[in-house]
Structures are given as C-alpha cells and as structure tokens.
Design a protein. Structure first.
Length: 513
C-alpha cells in the first residue's frame, strides 16, 4: 500500500518509494549497480541484486571512499559528502512528475578532480531545477581516486578494467537512466551530461568512450582543467606501484589490494601529491579525450562549454594575503607554477599588463593562472569540437562577481554552479545574499535548460548567441547584462602558447606560496 504523499516507481531492481517536496518528487540513494566492496573492488560494476517489497528512497546513499576535504565556508556547499562506503554506486532523481511527459534529463557528474566529491552535495540539490526548469535531474555517485582509476596487472582479466572502473560506473548509471527515464517522467532520447571542473573532465572522457556512445545526446563542460588528456599506461603503472609501496606490497596485485582495508588505502592516498585518473587501456579508452583531436564518436553531440572569469581566486582565498602581493612575489610564483624560466615569465607578465594596465600584481597572478589552469584547456576543447563536429558548440564566460571577501574573489571557480541549480542560499558562503542572485539564477537556469531541451542555449534572457568556431571565437559573457565578445582576453592569453597545457599529472596545482 502506498504511503500518503510518498511517490512510488517500479525499477528493474524492485519498487522504490521517494518523497514529495514542494511539488517535486525526489528519490535518493537508488542503486544502479552492486556494492564494489570485497571481490567487486577494482572490477567493473555488477548488476544490482533485486529486492523484494518497496525500498525506501528518502535518504542519500554513501559517498565513495576518498580523502575528505577540510571545512571551508567558500566550499562546503560543493564538497560536503555523506559517510563513505564501497557500496556507493547510487544516484538521486528529482522530477516534476512520474508521468509520461518525457522531459529532458540532466545527469550531473560532480567535480572534485577524479578524487573527491559526491552527488549529494547541497549545491546540486535538484529540486528547484526540476520544478522551474521542467526537467528531470539525476545526480550520481561513482568510484573515485585509486578505487576507480588504478591500473592493475593486465594479465589478470579480472582487473583489466581497473584503470577505468569509475568511468564504467558512470556508463552503468547512464544505462540505468536510459532504462528508467520514462518511469521517472523523463525522455531517454534527450539526456544531457553536465559536469564542472573534474566533472567536466569526466564529461570529456565519456565523450571519447565507446561504451558511453548513444547514452547521452548533449554535453555541458564547465571549467575544464585537465580534461584534454587522461593517463597513459606508464603513468598509470607508476601510480599503482607507488600506492603498492606505501601499503607495503611488493607489487600492485589486484587480489592483494582487495584484501587491504579500505581505511588503509584512503590513508595512503592522503600522502600522495598526484591524482589518480583514467588510464588509456585499449579496452575502455584507446585515446586521450581531446588530444590531439576531438573524439569522432561524439561529433553529433552539441557542446556547451565555458569558464568563470577568475577561476583561481577560490584557491588563493585560503590566505587573503594572496590578494596583496608585490610583483616580485607574483613573478616568483608564476615561474614555478608555469614551469618556465625568468625571461618567459617576464614576457607573459608584460602581455597581461598590456591587456590590463590598471591590474594589481595579484590581479595579474589570477589572470595568468586562470588562463593557464582553466581557460586555455576549455577553449582548446571548444575549438576541437567546433571544428570537427557536425553538431554546434557554444562557449561562455561567467562574469557575475561575488561580493564576499570584499569583492576580491571576482568570479571564482564553481561560482556558476549554484545558479544552474537554484541553490544560491546553500552557497551563500561563496555568493552572499544580494538582490541580483535571483535574476542571475533565472538567466543561467534558463540557459542550461534551453540547451538540454534543444542543443541550443539561446533563450529570451540573452542576446543572440552564435556558435563558437576557431575563427570568430564568439563567446557569451554571462552576467546581469550579458553580451557576446570575440575571443575575450585572447591577445594576452596567446603569450602562453609555448607553455605546455595544464595536466592532472602535475603535482603542483595552484599558485600558493
């Protein structure tokens, strides 16, 4: 018997009972694959064992094992996780109705590089996006760090997919969405994958993954950093051997590593400086996602892609003295961060000073590091997709500025995400509580929803938004008064052309002391 106000849906695993909040039907912690503990560790996701009766779906499932992020009022809305467990392959569905309306489906793939985060963070509560956007929102947990991306002995078939296990989790989640979208009021033929930061790298990898082909129809990549490349086999082997040594094992043997308590592995990961990430294995990935070219299998996938204006201020905010540096200190940090000599550092700084004559030294540090760490890779991906795909690419820069910390953060990394979901109150530590939050939310949410519906982000809140291409590089500057600009900041950014692209294999991530 159905409980009053408790929506129920039949899934392939069994019946589930969610909750209804503010006119939105919410189903949390729905398993899309079996536990990855024990014999499932490092192996591809296995089917769920069906249950009898009705499964309660009012609470989030466990988060994937990971090294927890320290508390931070700027970041808690983004990085908060549930208690962790290897039984973590679950997803959450937010829908306006479990009817036959066939709404667009947005599958949110959380950030946190390849190492942290969860689909349950307050910033991606999908209730308002589902209600106001008229879409079905799905947020996903999947395996992270070494549990998801550890290259193991290729001679043991059981572990041949270990270097891409976390991506295979996402493929399994997308298959679940295809199978169940209609039951939750969605359209299995109108699925958009959306990711920000590390989530954008996952979106990019899925675009290149044959197993994911056809499971989504549009893609949104927000603030790409290391999205162009994954790990090559030799890097994956070095990472695996290093973890084995930390755990006192003679080699990265799958059976031996399955016997190590999860807490010991997480403890060993806390001492690493490099990020585990998917490995080219010739099985699941046979090339880098966007190096040297865009993935041909996603040439028919429309892409919405962009950055925030001042990405790296989020990380510099760990010490507010970073916003009052002298030019000598900025020069020293950039030389180390970019891995270039003094002459190249001076040349790059001069190019940015010419573009921003009134900028302070700290402003220059933010501009250069934002371009190096995020903008260049994001626009490289945009150009490659635009030039090789039959489907359109649209590029944006998010320009709304937060007033917190006296306004010095400008438009930091992650700032656009709460406007997509309508969760600005949850992110008040980053965004404040000003009167422009609501109009900005309406603009951004309408933009993402329009793209999910049609593959085109144009909507009445914006001026006409042309497609992106390598010639015009026309970019929407998203703000309270949005406008289109041709290659904003491109002249200064060209000073970085001789610097190798940022890659997750680098142990130094941010321009801190």
């Amino acid at each position: 018997m159905r409980a009053a106000g408790r929506p129920e849906v039949e899934t392939s695993g069994g019946r589930v009972r969610g909750v209804e909040v503010g006119g939105v039907r919410v189903f949390r912690g729905l398993p899309y694959a079996a536990s990855t503990a024990g014999a499932g560790r490092f192996r591809p996701p296995a089917p769920v064992t069906p249950w009898t009766g009705t499964r309660e779906a009012a609470h989030f499932g466990p988060s994937a094992p990971q090294v927890p992020a320290p508390p931070d009022p700027l970041f808690d809305w983004y990085g908060a996780i549930e208690p962790t467990s290897e039984d973590c392959l679950s997803l959450n569905v937010f829908t306006p109705g479990t009817d036959d309306a066939r709404r667009p489906v947005l599958v949110w793939i959380h950030g946190g590089a390849w190492a942290g985060g969860a689909g349950s963070a307050p910033g991606w509560d999908g209730m308002r996006l589902a209600r106001d956007g008229g879409v079905v929102v799905v947020t996903v947990n999947h395996r992270l760090t070494a549990f998801g991306y550890l290259r193991l002995d290729q001679d043991d078939e059981r572990f041949a997919d270990a270097g891409a296990a976390g991506l295979l989790d996402l493929v399994a989640a997308l298959r679940w969405v295809r199978e169940h979208a209609e039951a939750f009021g969605g359209d299995p033929d109108c699925v958009t994958i959306v990711g920000q930061s590390g989530g954008a790298a996952k979106v990019s990898a899925l675009m290149a993954m044959p197993a994911a082909h056809g499971l989504f129809h549009r893609a949104v990549a927000q603030s790409c950093s290391g999205s162009l490349r994954v790990a090559e086999p030799n890097e994956g082997q070095r990472m695996a051997d290093g973890l084995a040594r930390q755990l006192g094992l003679s080699s990265a043997n799958g059976v031996a590593l399955q016997a190590v308590p999860v807490e010991r592995i997480v403890g060993a990961l806390a001492g690493t400086t490099r990020s585990f990430r998917p490995v080219i294995d010739g099985r699941n990935l046979d090339q880098h996602p966007f190096d040297p070219s865009a993935p041909a299998i996603s040439s028919d996938v429309p892409l919405l892609i962009g950055t925030t204006a001042n990405e790296t201020t989020l990380f510099l905010a760990a010490d507010m003295r970073n916003f009052s540096l002298d030019l000598g200190e900025v020069r020293r940090r950039l030389e180390r961060f970019l891995g270039v000599g003094p002459g190249d550092t001076d040349r790059i700084l001069e190019a940015y000073r010419a573009d921003r004559p009134t900028a302070s030294p700290s402003d220059l540090l933010v501009a250069v590091t934002t371009d190096y760490h995020y903008t260049r890779n994001t626009l490289t991906e945009a150009v490659l997709q635009a030039d090789s795909a039959s489907a359109p690419t649209y590029a944006y820069r998010f320009d709304w500025r937060t007033p917190v910390r006296g306004g010095v953060l400008g438009t930091p990394h992650t700032a656009e995400v709460p406007f997509v979901f309508g969760t600005t109150e949850a992110a008040a530590g980053l965004l404040g509580r000003g009167p422009d939050l609501e109009p900005m939310t309406r603009t951004v949410m309408a933009t993402w929803v329009a793209f999910a519906r049609t593959g085109d982000p144009n909507n009445p809140h914006l001026p006409p938004w042309p497609r992106y291409d390598a010639t015009g590089r026309r970019t929407m500057l998203l703000g309270l008064e949005s406008s289109v600009s041709a290659d904003p900041g491109g002249v200064a950014r060209s000073a970085l052309d001789d610097v190798p692209p940022f890659d997750y294999s680098r142990p130094v991530s941010y321009p801190l002391p």
